[in-house]
Write a protein that binds this ligand. Structure first.
Ligand code: ADP
Ligand code: GN1
Ligand code: MG
Length: 357
């Protein structure tokens, strides 16, 4: 079905002038729709291989954005800019199923704000940290039991490790021999993968409503004022650990190289950015984090980086079926940057811990 026809099923105003692929997300199929009036929308093909229950996915997003809208209004903010607005279909549904069975949703386009694939200014990174911290703080009283687990055990790193071992064992593409050093790298750290969840199980860490995908291009920043405008990509908002939200942002933003940099000698942890993010995140959380939660922030960073590397490697072994790739061995490059970053974190471990004290 033509994208224009799909968009016409939604309560979008006016005639369409163009619809083009947009953004650099790895999961959904995102398009920018420009209308003849100049108004813009985001049209997204939902990745239903990954998000299996679209009703539950959209129920979460509507629930969270409605709640945030109220909070933003109470704080004197602009809910049209500061949270996502789902545009309903003409028959008031949150998504549309086309004749091929693909599911589509539409968001209002957030104007005068940009997403970044790399940190361009320290101030921007600080503001992104404040905003992700605030996001968690604003959802502190959200009824967590009403949230569906859109991807079960999303950041259960020990489960990710077991899945990784299954991918190695199956070796469906015959690629395991080529990545023996990477497999060994994971195995040497297997024990650590269960640490944070064990602390959660013992009640040493609280379960919170978290974003779970806090990379820099999931937040929109105002390029003029350098203020964070809106946290986006709400597909994985679920109960989780604060250290994971912190950690995933460090994994992506405090790396001196891009996530898919083929030259791993460029990879390292920028300790200054790490420190900036600690400050911003704690400020955004508004003093809500417990002492233990602050203590485990470095572990959150290391585990999110190791986990993401394992996921990229497992996907490489499985034939690149999960993350979008744009070149051969793209997932292997991504995996190698993650492991190089883990190794650098291990070297800088004492400094990371000291900065969180
Ligand atoms: P994915 O799950 O594939 O990462 P995202 O929801 O993050 O998809 O969207 C991909 C990109 O599209 C974002 O990084 C951002 O640049 C852009 N984008 C998404 N939603 C909006 C919006 N409401 N307004 C403006 N840009 C958006
Ligand atoms: C995916 O959707 P996107 O591109 O923002 C992935 C994250 C990974 C990230 C790695 C639902 O995020 O978990 O950390 O790629 N999202 C999902 O860049 O799996
Ligand atoms: Mg995204």
């Amino acid at each position: 079905m033509e994208k224009k026809e799909i968009l016409s099923k939604f309560q979008a105003e006016g005639g369409v002038s163009s619809i083009e692929p947009y953004g650099s997300g790895h999961i959904n199929h995102t398009y920018l729709a420009e209308m003849e009036s100049g108004k813009k929308y985001i049209l997204q093909g939902i990745n239903t291989t990954i998000f299996k229950d679209t009703d539950q996915l959209m129920e979460n997003i509507i629930g969270v954005t409605s709640y945030l809208r109220e909070e933003i209004i109470r704080n004197g903010g602009d809910p049209k800019r500061e949270t996502l607005t789902v545009v309903m279909t003409r028959d008031d549904k949150p998504y549309f199923t086309d004749d091929a069975g693909e599911k589509w949703r539409v968001y209002e386009f957030i104007e005068d704000a940009e997403t970044f694939d790399a940190v361009e200014s320290r101030e921007d990174f600080y503001q992104s940290a404040v905003a992700f911290g605030k996001f968690q703080a604003m959802l502190a009283n959200y009824p967590a039991d009403t949230l569906h687990e859109t991807i079960p055990q999303f950041h259960d790193t020990a489960k990710r490790y077991r899945d990784f071992e299954k991918a190695v064992e199956a070796d469906v593409k015959g690629r395991a021999a080529e990545v023996a050093p990477e497999i060994a790298f994971v195995r040497e750290r297997a024990k650590e993968t269960s640490m944070l969840h064990e602390m959660l199980a013992k009640g040493e860490l609280p379960l919170r409503v978290t974003h779970n995908d806090t990379k820099l291009n999931n937040i929109m920043l105002d390029p003029k004022t350098h203020q964070a405008v809106c946290v986006i990509d709400l597909d994985t908002v679920m109960p989780g650990l604060s250290a994971h939200d912190f950690g995933d942002a460090i994994r992506f933003g405090a790396n001196t190289a891009a996530e898919d940099e083929p030259d791993v000698s460029k990879v390292s942890l920028d300790l200054e950015l790490f420190e900036i993010y600690v400050k911003g995140f704690l400020e955004g959380c508004g003093g809500r984090l417990t002492q233990k939660e602050v203590e485990v922030l470095p572990m959150g960073a290391k585990m999110m980086t190791l986990e993401c590397g394992m996921r990229f490697l497992a996907d490489y072994l499985e034939g690149d079926v999960y993350f979008k790739i744009s070149r051969e061995k793209h997932n292997l490059d991504r995996c190698r940057t993650q492991f190089a970053l883990v190794a650098d974190m291990e070297k800088k471990w004492d400094q990371m811990c000291a900065l969180c004290k």
